[in-house]
Design a protein around this ligand. Structure first.
Ligand SMILES: CC(C)(COP(=O)(O)OP(=O)(O)OC[C@H]1O[C@@H](n2cnc3c(N)ncnc32)[C@H](O)[C@@H]1OP(=O)(O)O)[C@@H](O)C(=O)NCCC(=O)NCCS
Length: 276
């Protein structure tokens, strides 16, 4: 068993670390043993654990957990990018959230992480033509996590949504890689545009709590949007904007993906613009 776990840690370091942290967490708090065993140690792969966790969170009287589990299993098996993006999200949360000190925590307890993974399944359903089922996932994620992401939105990997109350991301929004957002962020329309009407957020952007980014505008790579801003115009790369309506107030540096993330995931840098 120890040999298998060692092998696992070499092949899939994120999952290997989660499994190790799970055992330590049970030793530390035996009352969490049932939850951690069924959520982590019972599973042979990260994908299996993720499918279990998402389906358990989204089930209701309207939809049995088993059906949701089958959908999640199928999505994760058909598109390996979903599992890779989820690993990048875990590493991102652990790197950027000072309240997170283990890979285990987002999988078990952080609704921002769980909501993004529910969106990833919904997006797979949407792109494979099962749009009503995708909308069911959107509704349940909104009810359970307070995060309302249209399944057609396109979102990169290495995403952190901290606290995750009241997040709205519209149908034609695009979010690049390594983006962080705090609670109460809206990526919405102004109501004055039709069709392609939502923001295009570049790579490495930080969006502060309560910020509203409205309209089909580009937010350049590595820019920073201050808490409470209302952004109505394009933001150039590497600028800080603040205010209502938002104006440029300074320069912004770009955090490159950490060495740890590079090692664990082999993710590329943040130099291409995800906005399109
Ligand atoms: C208010 C609104 C309808 C635009 O109204 P409008 O009369 O067409 O306004 P304009 O775009 O012509 O802008 C007029 C001025 O108001 C400012 N303005 C527009 N919307 C604003 C807002 N929400 N907050 C603060 N200022 C705003 C503009 O910057 C502009 O200022 P300026 O003349 O100094 O450049 C729109 O911006 C809005 O807020 N819609 C609601 C969007 C929303 O809630 N979306 C969420 C979807 S999930």
């Amino acid at each position: 068993m120890a040999h298998t776990r060692r092998k696992l840690a070499e092949l899939d370091p994120v999952w290997g670390q989660i499994a190790q942290e799970a055992k330590a967490a049970i030793a530390d708090e035996p009352l969490l043993g049932g939850l951690i065993h069924s959520s982590v140690l019972h599973h042979g792969t990260f994908e299996s654990a993720l499918a279990y966790r998402i389906s358990l969170k989204l089930t209701s009287n309207e939809m049995p957990e088993q059906i949701l589990r089958e959908i999640c299993d199928k999505a994760l098996a058909s598109d390996p990018e979903i599992g890779l993006a989820a690993r990048a999200d875990i590493v991102a949360v652990n790197d950027r959230d000072p309240a997170c000190d283990r890979f285990l925590l987002p999988l078990l307890f952080f609704k921002g992480f769980q909501a993004i993974q529910a969106y990833r399944i919904a997006h797979w359903l949407w792109t494979t033509g099962r749009r009503d089922l995708a909308r069911f996932f959107q509704m349940r994620a909104s009810e359970v996590f307070g995060v309302d992401i249209h399944p057609a939105a396109r979102i990169g990997k290495g995403i952190m949504i901290d606290h995750a109350h009241s997040i709205v991301i519209g149908e034609t929004a695009v979010v690049g890689d390594n983006v962080s957002m705090l609670h109460s962020v809206t990526l919405g329309g102004t109501g004055k545009e039709e069709e392609d009407r939502h923001p295009k957020i570049g790579n490495g952007v930080l969006i502060g709590a309560g910020a509203k980014v409205l309209g089909n505008i580009r937010v350049g790579n590595c820019s920073r949007i201050a808490a409470g801003s209302v952004v109505l115009q394009e933001v150039p790369p590497c600028k800080t904007v603040a205010g209502v309506p938002a104006r440029i107030v300074g320069e912004a540096g770009c955090d490159q993906p950490s060495v740890k993330m590079d090692q664990l995931l082999g993710v590329r840098g943040t130099d291409d613009d995800a906005s399109d």
